[in-house]
Ligand binder design. Structure first.
Ligand SMILES: [Fe+2]
Ligand SMILES: [Fe+2]
Length: 193
């Protein structure tokens, strides 16, 4: 039987050496702090990020996703007129996926105590993405590919900035980044060789 002390501290009772390199938690202290500002919900005392900074960052990403939903939607309808159904369907699928990204970002903003801003009058000024129209199918693919590449870069920068400060937000952004990379890859495959 392993006689080493368990690597955990229970309420007020120390059962591990804080200076050792073993995993160690003071559950009593964690519980005490967690019971403090309970209205903060998911934002616990040891949340390492600046909540407002993260909410502002997610707000810009949310505005960006909404602009992408609209641009892809516009291209879906525009492309349908020029005998290009498979590409139009791709635009529609991407539009729906950008909307799912927007929902996830809005939910996370709520969890952090923020208020998701969906005001259309300020949407463009808060978005990283442009709302561009194009007259040809290839032009539409190019415009969307540029915006996807912008999204890939901006999500990557956000993830780097968050680091270990907020694992849940980072994981969410990583999931979105993965799909933006897929979008960029799919669009580049659609371009004429
Ligand atoms: Fe997206
Ligand atoms: Fe995308």
């Amino acid at each position: 039987m392993n006689k080493e002390e368990p690597a955990m501290m229970t309420d007020g009772k120390k059962t591990c050496d804080e200076k050792s390199e073993k995993f160690c938690m003071d559950i009593g202290q964690i519980r005490k702090e967690a019971a403090g500002d309970i209205k903060e919900g998911a934002v616990t005392p040891n949340y390492k990020a600046d909540t407002k900074e993260i909410i502002d960052m997610l707000g810009e990403a949310l505005a960006t996703e909404i602009v992408c939903v609209l641009r892809y939607r516009k291209h879906y309808y525009a492309a349908r007129g020029i005998n290009s159904e498979p590409v139009a369907e791709e635009f529609l699928e991407h539009s729906n996926q950008e909307l799912a990204h927007a929902d996830k970002l809005a939910m996370r903003i709520r969890q952090l105590g923020g208020d998701p801003d969906l005001d259309p009058t300020t949407l463009m000024s808060r978005s990283h993405a442009h709302y561009t129209e194009a007259t040809t199918l290839e032009g539409m693919i190019r415009e969307n590919l540029i915006e996807e590449r912008v999204a890939v870069e901006t999500y990557r920068k956000m993830i780097e900035f968050i680091g270990a400060k907020d694992p849940t937000t980072r994981r969410l952004l990583e999931e979105i980044l993965e799909q933006e990379e897929e979008h960029a890859d799919e669009l580049s495959d659609l371009l004429p060789q």
